[in-house]
Ligand binder design. Sequence first.
Ligand SMILES: [Zn+2]
Ligand SMILES: [Zn+2]
Length: 138
Amino acid sequence: MNPVPPTPLTAPRRICAAAATLPLQLVVLTQDLWPDPPAHPIQIVTRLRCALESHESGPHFDLVRELDDSDGCEVWAQWKTGREPSTIALLRDCPANNGTPGGADEACVLFAGHPGGHSYEFTDPEYDAIRDGGTRGP
Ligand SMILES: [Zn+2]
Ligand SMILES: [Zn+2]
């Protein structure tokens, strides 16, 4: 009789994905924060989804605007569970890369000093569904 393999104690690591909407005043602030070149409103993400690894405490973060020519900085919004985002900040890109050889390496898409794992260390079921050709839910 074969012994039952032990069940892993750790749950699969996954994205937080807490949702929020960027309020209009922060959309305006995001445009003003880096006015050159001016951001078209369509370039600003207003339906936010926390990009950090699933976490119990602390604020949520999502990228609201990717900047050209910004020396590796992007605009991020920050919010607390159940609240509207109240802060945006210019944060430097996380320098981490998983270093997989053969061009299969993956850079972390988060900001430098972020809490939790790097983006390539946990999964985003919604992203995986899109990548695998599945249909996206509402
Ligand atoms: Zn979060
Ligand atoms: Zn990282």
